[in-house]
Design a protein around this ligand. Structure first.
Ligand SMILES: [Zn+2]
Length: 368
């Protein structure tokens, strides 16, 4: 159970140079030897997209056993005229276990028509950063939920947001961007085996198919791409594989076009599993420096509200769910993932190291 010891920025810069040097010098291997279970367990891991809003007695041991840390990501949800944020809960959890967690704040377009909107948001972000936030999340309420007083949906490339992007770029704060939803949101719910079937069944308010007034998938993604292009100095991690997880060719095109872009895997393993494992594996090798491990797992209820049995069950299920994702990335066995029959990717230790920690640590080392 080794820790990620605090290492100086200088070390990471040196590491970056070594990585660039070694990538330049060798062909990327695609048929490496297998990584043993023990080696994988020891490998440092960061789940860059997690929602452990409420503490659990079992969590510290769980994370230490897997040599893992997690980014606690706040989400701002609009309810009528108000915004429900959970930053204080995440902050309290982070302060309780700073060796296990990183912190990510958020903001919305609520109030964008006010003259002091950008200044107010920047002041809030400055405060959250002073409290330890290392990243800022923007959520699908840009594009799919928030409207101005004329009823227009606010897209992520709205010029009124520019001062905020400039502030984040200047301070080298990474943005975790969950913009749009999987294409499935705009299609009828027909196939119970689709990896997103249950989500839209249980969250009909985001099933865009039922809301013809909602901008199209293509409109939101075009605004998102324009935003990435307009802000080349802004470091962007696109959550959920760019909301294009069912089409890794489209993801590759964006990664090729925008050097400031990386992608995170959370809650989209089912889409990967629907595609040819060999092709997905090639994708990981080709973009090994720009793919980050994330899950979207979290806790949505206080510990005292759950029975002892429910907590044991929750801990077991969490272990199982992480293990399944690990197996998909590490092993080469046939498996079922989100109702899809697939084959594990069997990534090399070098690629696993990058996806699980080094890629994110490089972002951190390069922040102020
Ligand atoms: Zn999330």
């Amino acid at each position: 159970m080794n820790l990620f010891r605090p290492i100086s920025k200088l070390y990471y810069r040196a590491l970056g140079v070594v990585l660039i040097f070694s990538i330049g010098c060798q062909q990327r291997q695609t048929s490496p030897e297998r990584v043993s279970d023990e080696d994988f367990k020891q490998l440092p891991k960061i789940d860059v997209h997690a929602h452990y809003k409420y503490p659990r007695a079992y969590l510290p041991d769980f994370f230490k056993r897997w040599n893992m840390k997690a980014m606690l990501v706040d989400v701002a949800i609009e309810q009528g005229d108000s915004i429900v944020k959970s930053f204080d809960s995440y902050l309290a959890h982070y302060n309780q276990l700073p060796e296990l967690f990183y912190l990510c704040t958020t903001f919305t377009a609520h109030g964008i028509e006010n003259a002091d909107y950008a200044d107010t948001i920047i002041a809030q972000l400055e405060q959250d950063i002073a409290h330890g936030a290392r990243m800022v999340k923007v959520w699908k309420n840009f594009g799919m939920v928030t409207k101005d007083s004329k009823g227009n949906f606010i897209q992520i490339n709205d010029p009124r947001l520019n001062p905020i992007w400039d502030f984040l770029a200047k301070n080298k704060i990474t943005v975790l961007a969950h913009i749009a939803d999987p294409e499935q949101a705009w299609r009828p719910l027909e196939d119970p085996n689709n990896p997103h079937y249950n989500y839209y069944k249980n969250n009909p308010q985001y099933h865009a198919y039922n809301f013809p007034e909602m901008p199209s998938y293509e409109t939101i993604l075009a605004a998102r791409d324009q935003w990435i292009k307009n802000n080349p100095e802004l470091k962007i991690i696109a959550a959920h594989i760019l909301s294009m997880s069912n089409n890794i060719n489209a993801v590759s095109e964006r990664l090729d076009a925008y050097p400031n872009l990386s992608v995170e895997l959370g809650a989209r393993f089912g889409d990967l599993a629907m595609q040819d494992s060999e092709k997905v594996k090639q994708f990981f090798y080709q973009y090994q420096d720009r793919i980050l491990f994330g899950t979207d797992y979290g806790t949505s209820q206080a510990e005292e509200e759950k029975s002892a049995e429910a907590l044991v069950e929750e801990a077991e299920s969490l272990e199982e769910r992480y293990r399944l994702l690990f197996d998909y990335l590490v092993k080469k066995d046939s498996m079922e993932l989100r109702k899809q029959q697939t084959k594990g990717l069997g990534l090399s230790k070098e690629v696993l190291e990058k996806v699980f920690s080094t890629n994110y640590l490089t972002f951190l080392a390069d922040s102020n």
